[in-house]
Design a protein around this ligand. Structure first.
Ligand SMILES: [Fe+2]
Length: 308
């Protein structure tokens, strides 16, 4: 089996779809409770904007949601007078809840995610026995992105790339000289995302990452998480293709696919599940909406026993 035709095709796509001359403004909001970086990216000429991977605060002990993290995004958007066109999700997160529906009410924007979310809905719909009223067709979202889809944010040119591996539906959004790559690469000193969730695949993750690393070297990469690598005291969420290619501890240039797959699967076997996986998955597979309330008007989150 050879990867050459795939690599050639994707290199073509990426060199054609990168827009290094356009430099969007990016502001990041980091949630230390879930180690999540949410980004607001905007076009300085038109003030058109997109929010990427927002966070709804959730207290697991009490089952209460709060809007503190999301409110910071609202305040920033209003202060700068931004026109939010998109609420983008790189994937259905398993470690935090999306605030997209609440943000849509406050500041607008169409909710977009990768088209393969339907596969995630199928898998988790079964695991959580979500019933027939839970649609598994992606209809909870306003737009389902496919690989290579192009769109505009004001004058900024944007391209959606399918980068499966962490989950089957992960997308990266290349917007001007910036790429929002979700859970694929982390900072060079920390490595890569896990690939052991249902539908995850270490080999697919490797190929998605190598594809991202064919973007121009100066491309700014904005990550979804940071956990501070040993020896680093500050959280960080921005790096470049060049830095990842030279220094990423898991996938710098020259690391063979087999070596990565062995490292990733061995390491994943030692990881416990994220604290908020139960609420996160049930809510994020519904586009950030709570499960349908029961006859007493209350929404409940399920925990499948001995299943995950
Ligand atoms: Fe994730």
């Amino acid at each position: 089996m050879t990867d050459a035709p795939i690599a050639a095709a994707t290199t073509q796509i990426l060199s054609a779809e990168a827009h290094p001359a356009q430099k969007p403004v990016v502001k990041t909001f980091f949630d230390e409770a879930t180690f999540t970086a949410s980004h607001v990216v905007h076009d300085p000429e038109t003030k058109a904007a997109a929010v990427v991977d927002s966070v709804l605060d959730y207290d697991a002990a009490s089952g209460r949601t709060r809007y503190g993290s999301a409110q910071k995004i609202v305040d920033y958007v209003r202060e700068l007078g931004l026109k939010v066109e998109w609420q983008l999700e790189t994937h259905a997160h398993a470690d935090h809840l999306s605030a997209a529906p609440w943000l849509q009410e406050q500041i607008g924007g169409k909710l977009g995610i990768g088209a393969d979310i339907v596969r995630v809905q199928e898998v988790f719909g079964k695991i959580f026995n979500a019933g027939t009223r839970f649609a598994r067709d992606g209809s909870q979202f306003d737009h389902l992105f496919r690989d290579g889809d192009q769109f505009q944010i004001g004058n900024l040119k944007a391209t959606a790339l399918h980068v499966p591996g962490h989950t089957p539906a992960d997308m990266a959004f290349v917007i001007g000289d910036a790429a929002f790559i979700g859970d694929t690469l982390f900072m060079p000193d920390y490595g890569t995302a896990r690939a052991d969730f249902p539908g995850g695949d270490a080999r697919m993750l490797f190929r998605s990452i190598r594809r991202l690393l064919t973007l121009p070297e100066q491309t700014r990469l904005f990550l979804c998480h940071d956990y501070k690598a040993p020896g680093r005291d500050e959280f960080a969420w921005e790096t470049t293709v060049g830095a990842e290619r030279a220094h990423n501890v898991h996938v710098h240039d020259g690391v063979p696919e087999e070596e990565f797959v062995t490292m990733r699967t061995t390491r994943d076997a030692t990881l416990s599940l994220p604290n908020l996986i139960m609420p996160s998955v049930q809510i994020n597979m519904r586009g950030g909406h709570m499960p349908e309330p029961e006859e007493n008007g209350v929404s409940y989150i399920k925990i499948p026993v001995n299943k995950l």
